[in-house]
Structure formats: C-alpha cells, structure tokens
Design a protein around this ligand. Structure first.
Ligand SMILES: Cc1cc2nc3c(=O)[nH]c(=O)nc-3n(C[C@H](O)[C@H](O)[C@H](O)COP(=O)(O)OP(=O)(O)OC[C@H]3O[C@@H](n4cnc5c(N)ncnc54)[C@H](O)[C@@H]3O)c2cc1C
Length: 330
C-alpha cells in the first residue's frame, strides 16, 4: 500500500524539535514530530529562568506552550521512538519506529537531544516505570508519604531531592563520592531538610521488588574513583528510585547514515546541515558547544528554515528565509 509522504519528519519532543516543527509548519510544510516524550530535558527542570521573554516557568509548562504553538501552526506530534532510518526512492527517507510502523518523508530533522543515563544496577530494567524513574518533576507528586532514593551528586539530583522532600516521608540521597558537587545553595537547603538523609560514598548495586520497587542494596564506593569496593551490602527499604546521573548522546541507530564525532554528537554546519542531503540536525544532539534550551530552540528554528530552503531548491522554487515575512508582518 502507498504510504503518505511527509515534507518533514522531526525526531524529538524538546525545544529544538518543537521549534523546528513550528517553523516548517508555518511554511505550509506537512510536518510531524515523533517524540518519546514531551519536553525532553527541559521537562526535567523544575524551573527555568534564563529563557528570554519568560521570567520564570516550569520546564514542563514551557514545553507544553511550545507544543501548543507548533500545533497551532499545523504540526502534528506523534509519541513514538525512532530506531532507524534509510534512504528511499524518490529522494525520500524512511524512518523506522519502535512501534513497528514507518514514516516516509522528504526531509528529516534530527533533534532528539540527550538521553538520561541508566543506573546500571541489577533489577533496574525490570522495575523501569514501576518505581524506577528518570524524570523527577513529573513523577514527584506521586511520592506522597513514600520513601524515595535520589541517585546522583549534581544540581539536578539536589533539585530532585529538594522537590521530593516536600511530599515524601523520607529522601535518601545516594552519591558515589564523599560530597555532592551541586550548587552550594542547593546543598545548604538540602542540609536543612529534616527528612533528607545523605548516603555517601555508596553505589546502588541492586534494586529489588516484585511488581514495584521495594528496596535497594548499596555497596560502599571508593570516593576517589566512585567504583564499588568490597562485598558488604547495605539494604534500605524504599518505594521509588529517582536516577539523576547525567545524560548521553544515543545516536547509534544512525550508524552508517550521518556523520558523528567521537562523543556521538551529529556533526552539523552553521546552518544545521548534516553530511547527508535532506537530513538536518539541531540542538543538544549536535556538536554545538553550548547546550541550553534557548540555543536548542534557536538551532531548531534554523533547521526548520534550512529544511524549507532545501525543499524549495528541490522543487526549483525561490525560498524566502525570514519567518515573519511569510506571515506578511513586514
Ligand atoms: C535538570 C536540568 C535542568 C536544566 N536547566 C536548564 C535551564 O535552566 N536553562 C537552560 O537553558 N537549559 C537547561 N537545561 C538544558 C536544556 O534543558 C537542554 O539544553 C534542552 O532541553 C535541549 O533541548 P533539545 O531539544 O536539544 O533536546 P532534549 O531536551 O534532550 O529533548 C530531546 C527529545 O527527543 C526525544 N527523543 C530522544 N530520542 C528519541 C528517539 N530515538 N525518537 C524519538 N524521540 C526521541 C526525547 O524524548 C526528548 O523529547 C537543563 C537540563 C537539565 C537536565
């Protein structure tokens, strides 16, 4: 059966993807954004205060506003995961999705950011989503009266622990070094919380539970290396684990398709072009220096405009490159 051909498929649901989708949709291009979730890393931050024009907003709230804006202009958001892509006939691309379906498009914009790191503990895989969480602000309200563990030593972990301490009965902060490396004011606020207990230096060896998390087994860690030492296990009863140990690029599904650097970031030129015609990339997933929400949004806008230019060139038509002119607001 013939498949619908999109003008643009955007991969991702964070600031880069939602902005790219808005810009291509505003050009009248048939656009769909395929995303594992809404907001990406932005949705993980309780508050964002350095996004121009927005004094202070919740990360999830700002992402929702971006989604509404993209949909207002005609983009469609589909929740799925891209797992592969290949060149198809007629200068189009086929994107393979985790659901087993495919999408065909003339342009692909890769803007799928960074993926939260796994803990690497025994039992983690089985309990994912059953008490093992990687997204604190969204899941925090469900922790009312529970015993929770927050794993990680950076500001994201400290923020998560603070947020959780408001609702949870007890919060265990587990870190493999002797001290947190979060911002000092966050550490000070955590120290003042009566229901927060620091467990350092420890690593999580095992997360246990049948249908849901019930306990974790900690192993002492070498504070220099952060590696587990010895065989002693310390068992702690808990209801949930929040993992906040950083993010990584997860781009191996693009092997043999687009060029990446040694960190796995997609290599782009200043106009968000990859080494492959019809494939653009934007935001944290690329080899740009600064990884910030406003920068990802700006890169997404550039990728969207560049995608439009590419399609106009393909069709032998002129491309107006400024967005406001397309709306007659000169
Ligand atoms: C805790 C925390 C606090 C932060 N605070 C700030 C701040 O205050 N100010 C600031 O400017 N920046 C902040 N940042 C950084 C900012 O959030 C990121 O730079 C920005 O979100 C990157 O946007 P992005 O769209 O490039 O990627 P991401 O936000 O990483 O979004 C990636 C999207 O792609 C999706 N995805 C991933 N793989 C696939 C796939 N294979 N198929 C489909 N979808 C996929 C993800 O689910 C997600 O929706 C913070 C980050 C964190 C983690």
């Amino acid at each position: 059966m013939e498949q619908d051909i999109y003008d643009v498929v955007v991969v991702g649901g964070g600031p880069a993807a939602l902005t790219a989708a808005m810009f291509t949709a505003r050009r009248g291009l048939r656009t769909v954004a395929v995303a594992k979730d809404l907001g990406g890393q932005l949705a993980l931050t309780a508050w964002i205060e350095n996004y121009p024009g927005v004094d202070r907003a919740g990360g999830h709230d700002l992402s929702t506003r971006m989604r509404v804006q993209a949909e207002r202009d005609g983009a469609v958001l589909a929740f799925d995961e891209a797992v592969g892509m290949e060149r198809h006939e007629g200068n189009t691309w086929i994107l393979q999705l985790a659901s087993g379906t495919t999408m065909q498009s003339r342009v692909i914009i890769l803007s799928f950011g960074l993926t939260p790191n796994d803990l690497g503990a025994t039992g983690e895989e089985m309990l994912r989503g059953k008490g093992m969480y990687y997204c604190q602000p969204v899941d925090a309200p469900r922790q009312d009266g529970k015993r929770v563990a927050v794993i990680g030593g950076g500001s994201a972990a400290a923020e998560a622990a603070l947020e959780l301490s408001r609702v949870a009965e007890r919060v265990y902060c587990v870190h493999r070094r002797e001290a947190l490396r979060a911002e000092q004011q966050l550490i000070d606020r955590l120290s003042a919380c009566k229901n927060v207990e620091m467990m350092m230096p420890y690593v999580v060896d095992t997360v246990r539970g049948g249908g849901a998390v019930e306990s974790m087994a900690l192993k002492p860690a070498d504070p220099e290396t952060g590696d587990a030492v010895g065989t002693d296990l310390r068992d702690v009863d808990i209801d949930s684990v929040f993992v906040a140990i950083g993010h990584r690029t997860a781009t191996t599904w693009l092997d043999g398709v687009v060029d990446r650097n040694t960190r796995g970031e997609i290599i782009v030129d200043r106009d968000c072009r990859t080494n492959v015609g019809g494939v653009f990339a934007a935001g944290d997933v690329t080899d740009i220096t600064y990884k910030q929400a406003v920068i990802s949004a700006g890169e997404g806008a550039k990728a969207g405009l560049q995608a439009f230019k590419y399609l106009q060139d393909e069709d032998g038509k002129p491309a107006i490159m400024i967005d406001w002119d397309a709306r007659g607001k000169s």
